[in-house]
Design a protein around this ligand. Structure first.
Ligand code: NAD
Length: 278
């Protein structure tokens, strides 16, 4: 609820800009956190948006109605589970039915688990690889043919600073995020002559439910208090000593989708307050 209220406040502050009018986007994992911020930014730039994720609510319905009215766009929602290939195919088909075409694909859905490798649950490894990595392989292979046909497309993968550097106790996440960077570069090369770009955004810590959940897990793994985790682990990684915001990530995504970014492809774009410059 609080996240949705912030959304309305941001919409009051930010002037609409119609740079993506006529385009249609899918943003996976957009019921919360970064995906929600990106979906809102893309909608505010005039694109139709397919929302996806768990925990859809009347707040999300209200937000969608507000975006539709205010920015004269269409929105839709799919509860597809990104660990399930058939669900992913249905979400792609539902997007085509709702909007006619898919121009922008943002692979954002993701989960995390923090634990030492000796006791890391195999089920968590499998789920993280499926949702944080394999889902992007499926969505990309399903939308690239139509993007190629139209000679235009934008693929934005929400990787992580953990696509560039590792941290202990995050074996599955770091493996999946390094993997999605490799996938991004490979796809970028394959589609480079078709007006399609593929890039990875590598955020540092953003205070979303995903990070809030890992604070007690990290405290246990590192034998620290939760306050120490926030200041001595999370914010310590980022020289700015500040969390990155979902609005920053939304604005960068919109920029990557514009024609001015057509030569940016295969890139890993760090948005992490200087973390990986150290
Ligand atoms: P979040 O928990 O706030 O949101 C995750 C979203 O993914 C939710 O909408 C959730 O419903 C959805 N989701 C989870 N499992 C799903 C599944 N099986 N099928 C469909 N949807 C599913 O997390 P967030 O922090 O906003 O993370 C979003 C992305 O950003 C993730 O890929 C994460 O790895 C990445 N990221 C986050 C941070 C951070 O500090 N928060 C930093 C770097 C990268």
């Amino acid at each position: 609820m609080e996240q949705m209220m912030q959304v309305t406040e941001v919409m009051e502050r930010v002037k609409p800009n119609a740079s993506l009018r006529g385009k249609s986007a899918i943003v996976t994992g957009s019921t919360s956190g970064i995906g929600l911020g990106i979906a809102r930014a893309v909608a505010m730039a005039g694109a139709n948006v397919m929302f996806n994720g768990f925990g859809s609510s009347s707040d999300l319905d209200l937000l969608r109605q507000e975006l539709e009215t205010r920015y004269r766009i269409k929105t839709a929602f799919s509860g597809a589970d990104m660990s399930n290939e058939d669900d992913i195919a249905r979400m792609i088909e539902d997007s085509r039915t709702a909007f006619g075409q898919i121009d922008i694909l943002v692979n954002n859905a993701g989960i995390q688990h923090v634990e030492a490798i000796e006791t890391f649950p195999v089920s968590k490894w499998n789920a993280i690889i499926a949702i944080d990595l394999s889902a992007a392989f499926h969505t990309i292979r399903m939308v690239v043919p139509e993007m190629k046909k139209r000679g235009w497309g934008r693929i934005v993968n929400i990787a992580s600073a953990h696509a560039l550097v590792a941290s202990p106790f995050k074996c599955a996440y770091v493996a999946a995020k390094h993997g999605i960077l490799g996938l991004t570069k490979t796809v970028a090369l394959e589609v480079a002559e078709h007006g399609i770009t593929a890039n990875a955004i590598c955020p540092g810590y953003v205070l979303t439910p995903l990070v809030e959940k890992q604070i007690p897990e990290t405290a246990k793994a590192r034998m620290l208090t939760e306050d120490q985790v926030v200041h001595d682990v999370l914010l310590h990684a980022q020289p700015t000593r500040q969390f990155v915001t979902t609005e920053e990530l939304g604005e960068l995504t919109v920029f990557l989708c514009q024609d001015g970014a057509k030569s940016i492809t295969g890139a890993a774009l760090p948005v992490e307050g200087g973390w990986t410059a150290q």
